[in-house]
Design a protein around this ligand. Structure first.
Ligand SMILES: Cc1cc2nc3c(=O)[nH]c(=O)nc-3n(C[C@H](O)[C@H](O)[C@H](O)COP(=O)(O)OP(=O)(O)OC[C@H]3O[C@@H](n4cnc5c(N)ncnc54)[C@H](O)[C@@H]3O)c2cc1C
Ligand SMILES: O=C(O)CCC(=O)C(=O)O
Length: 349
């Protein structure tokens, strides 16, 4: 009899490691799609101290070169539809979800490809001559309406929803997945960049991002340079100005020169930002990987087995993809439960 067969599967116990966007959304989705299980989040950091709190929270996907495009499109569509429904409900302000229209602008039209997500966001079209007059240095642009999450509000709302479903939250650093084996049947790994140390995945690396969060409530249109290095994203509580992408840097200290550079570039795009107030600097490490890792793994140690569902490596696109990947993680957890129940009933024969 292996160690699985000793456990009662009447209420499968699921541990989700990580309380960033990916852990919280996976935990909520599991608790809602498999209501017979218990879900516990275990994490060493919580909002407002996660990478997910630093993000702009825009639904504008980046492409993962190692994940098939049809898969990315599906995750984005599921995420967009889910957040659009929240946006259209009375929950929108407490969840921190808003619709935002704006422009992605390019210095040359040849660099402006039609993105794979153009038919998922709303009203995607080429910018008119009139709109482009605002940006004399730019030749071409795309106008569309998408969704934005106010990151800390959305994380708190997810946590509240999880607790409302009976889920629990514990503060703890996990050094070894096997430490969870006695108390849980299945582990869901949503540790982001922490997966490099926790499970030794050397394919995940940090891409440092520094942003400014400013008070400029008159702004309601987003502006994104197509190079992804300058953006102005108005949200419910503040405007996020970005940004930087420093591959391989683990430095979490804000750099004042970079802050000045971000501010100057954003003011060049939107001069009224000179009047912005309450400027705060935030730095986060994007958990980057060629492909999101979303798969089952059965860890084996002698007679013992521990089913793990990995869900990490969302890089620059966690907000854009999170509900689609949470649904897939929940489906994989369901498969693990079916395997455990099958092994339990065989052991009883
Ligand atoms: C500047 C910036 C702007 C961004 N803007 C956007 C955007 O506009 N749109 C978009 O889609 N994406 C954006 N992103 C990307 C997005 O922030 C990430 O994809 C997303 O936050 C990843 O979420 P996560 O939950 O995997 O990671 P995290 O938020 O880092 O959460 C990981 C969690 O795991 C916990 N953990 C790690 N190791 C352990 C351990 N050993 N034991 C216990 N707990 C552990 C951590 O404490 C944390 O709670 C941006 C990122 C940055 C840096
Ligand atoms: O790239 C963007 O425009 C959105 C912000 C983001 O995803 C990032 O900075 O990683």
């Amino acid at each position: 009899m292996d160690s699985w067969s000793n456990k009662s599967m009447s209420k499968p116990r699921i541990a989700v490691i990580g309380a960033g966007l990916i852990g919280l959304s996976a935990a909520v989705c599991i608790s809602e799609t498999i209501p017979t299980c218990s879900v516990t989040i275990i994490s060493d950091e919580f909002t407002p101290n996660t990478t997910s709190d630093v993000a702009a929270g825009m639904l504008i996907p980046h492409t993962y070169p190692g994940t098939p495009i049809y898969q990315q499109k599906q995750w984005f569509k599921e995420t967009f539809d889910y957040l659009f429904a929240i946006n259209n409900s009375s929950e929108a302000p407490s969840a921190g979800i808003s619709l935002v229209s704006g422009w992605q602008i390019f210095k040359t039209s040849s660099s402006a490809e039609l993105p794979f997500w153009s038919d998922i966001v709303l009203g995607f079209r080429a910018m008119t001559e009139m709109e482009l007059k605002k940006f004399p240095q730019y030749r071409f642009g795309q106008a569309f309406t998408t969704l934005k999450c106010d990151c800390p509000s959305y994380l708190l709302w997810l946590e509240k929803r999880l607790k409302g479903n009976g889920g629990e939250v514990h503060a703890k650093r996990i050094a070894n997945l096997w430490d969870l084996q006695n108390n849980y049947d299945i582990v869901v790994n949503c540790t982001g960049i922490g997966s490099r140390q926790l499970i030794g995945d050397l394919k995940i690396y940090p891409v440092r991002g520094q942003v400014l969060k400013v008070h400029a409530p008159w702004l309601n249109h987003f502006i994104r340079d197509g190079d992804g290095l300058s953006y102005i994203y108005p949200g419910i509580h503040n405007v996020t100005l970005g940004g930087t992408r420093e591959k391989g840097s683990w430095n979490l200290s804000p750099d004042p020169n970079i802050s000045k550079d971000i501010f100057d570039k954003c003011c060049a795009l939107e001069p009224s930002l000179q009047k912005a107030q309450d400027i705060k600097v935030r730095v986060g490490l994007r958990p980057s990987r060629l492909a999101v890792r979303l798969q089952k793994e059965i860890l084996v140690q002698g007679e013992k087995k521990l089913p793990v569902v990995h869900n990490y490596g969302h890089g620059s696109g966690g907000f854009s993809m999170h509900w689609g990947t949470a649904k897939e993680a929940a489906r994989l957890v369901g498969e693990c439960i079916a395997t455990l129940q099958d092994s339990l009933s065989k052991a009883k024969l």
